[in-house]
Design a protein around this ligand. Structure first.
Ligand SMILES: *Cc1c(COP(=O)(O)O)cnc(C)c1O
Length: 388
């Protein structure tokens, strides 16, 4: 439907940190399908689980008990500190569930149009509600009318939230990414999430964290909020949870976990046996191969290496990240680097116009990390000289 830009690369096979195109050329994948294939491509644990489940039972409907769904829910709940979970097929749908939870709370409180606080530069998805929550006019352009009930404040700005709280008495929730992904790998100041937790406690709002990109070990914790010693009321995840099998999850705790009752929400495919077996295999493998700890260590290593290799490079504004979510912000648009990296056998992405985004698999080796640093820094140095 013309909604994706022109695509010039055809990938036909993957294994570990590598993918191959239709001409047999190999690429080191430092993007992982945008933070999806955290265990690398075709991890045998996931492939085995899917093959086994495909020969056993693919789908039955949420009219019935689904053992794999219950097991995945147990594991997610126990490892996240949340109480319960709704399974969807995508990130946007997980956020839709979160938005519906906030709306239910607002409706219970008698607010005609309950408000959810959202952030500038946020990304929450492409459905009507989630594109409205998204802080990017390009995502919203041409899709009026947008649903009501969202108030926007700058990211990483506690004072702006306090100001909104004074101006509006019908706010019910804050929806925020612990690290903004599409917005340019923006890491808030230390203590930001903790302050949001306090504000939500004091005002009886829900703290809803979008961990669709940051979750499932990528940040160096199963969920990024676990770095901050707090619990949200709602957390959504998706991307890395199925390592490529579509699955999303909206987890809730306390009063937020009791807002839905039978019939208030649902999904045909969400939480089906196949997707949940994949999710279970991902969580088990993260544990068995100690990949979350590895993401933390490698992320720090990559930041150090990149900062060293790019010292003195005039175009580089900042190199930042958390775990294996890494952004190199330049002072000029640099979309062309995607094509140049590809020519050098490396898959990367540029987001927010001028931020090189690296999201390698959590299974990546030290040597592959060194290769990413060498290729990316050489490309940025050369690009800087050319565009000076
Ligand atoms: C990718 C992403 C989404 C949307 O997920 P889809 O599966 O594409 O619907 C929402 N929020 C964040 C933070 C994301 O990175």
């Amino acid at each position: 439907m013309h909604n994706y830009g022109e695509r010039t690369l055809t990938l036909v096979r993957g294994e570990g940190s590598y993918v191959w195109d239709d001409a047999g050329r190999r690429y080191l994948d430092a993007l992982s399908g945008i933070a999806v294939c955290g265990l690398g491509h075709c991890h045998p644990a996931v492939t085995g689980a899917i093959q086994d489940q495909a020969g056993t039972l693919l789908h039955v409907s949420n009219l019935y008990n689904i053992p794999a769904q219950e097991q995945l829910a147990e594991k997610l709940v126990s490892q996240s500190g949340m109480d319960n979970v709704f399974f969807s097929n995508s990130g946007a749908e997980a956020n839709e569930a979160a938005i519906k939870l906030a709306r239910r709370l607002g409706n219970e409180r008698g607010f005609p149009v309950p408000k959810i606080l959202v952030m500038e530069n946020a990304f929450h998805g492409r459905t009507l509600a989630t594109l409205t929550a998204t802080g990017n006019e390009k995502v919203q352009a041409g899709f009026a009318p947008l649903p009501e009930g969202f108030l926007r404040v700058p990211f990483d700005d506690v004072a702006a939230i306090e100001k909104m709280a004074v101006a509006h008495d019908d706010i019910v929730a804050i929806l925020v990414e612990p690290v903004q992904g599409e917005g340019g790998i923006r890491v808030p100041a230390p203590g930001y999430l903790k302050r949001l937790r306090e504000i939500c406690d004091n005002r009886d709002w829900l703290l809803m964290l979008d961990e669709i990109q940051t979750g499932n070990g990528r940040s160096g914790a199963l969920f990024a909020y676990q770095h901050n010693g707090l619990l949200p009321d709602v957390v959504t995840t998706a991307k890395g949870l199925g390592n490529g099998v579509p699955i999303g999850a909206c987890l809730a705790r306390g009063k937020a976990a009791q807002l839905f009752t039978a019939g208030t929400h649902g999904s045909t495919f969400g939480g089906n046996p196949l997707a949940c077996r994949a999710g279970l295999a991902v969580l088990e493998t993260l544990e068995q191969e100690q990949l979350i700890e590895r993401a933390a260590t490698l992320g720090e290593q990559l930041l150090v290496q990149l900062r060293e290799a790019l010292t003195g490079c005039a175009a580089v504004k900042e190199i930042r990240g958390l775990g294996l979510l890494i952004g190199i912000e330049l002072d000029r648009p640099c979309g062309v680097l995607v094509e140049r990296a590809r020519e050098a056998g490396l898959l990367i992405n540029v987001t927010a116009g001028s931020v090189v985004r690296l999201l390698p698999p959590l299974t990546i080796t030290d040597e592959e990390c060194a290769e990413i640093t060498a290729t990316v820094s050489a490309l940025i140095q050369q690009f800087t000289r050319e565009t000076a």
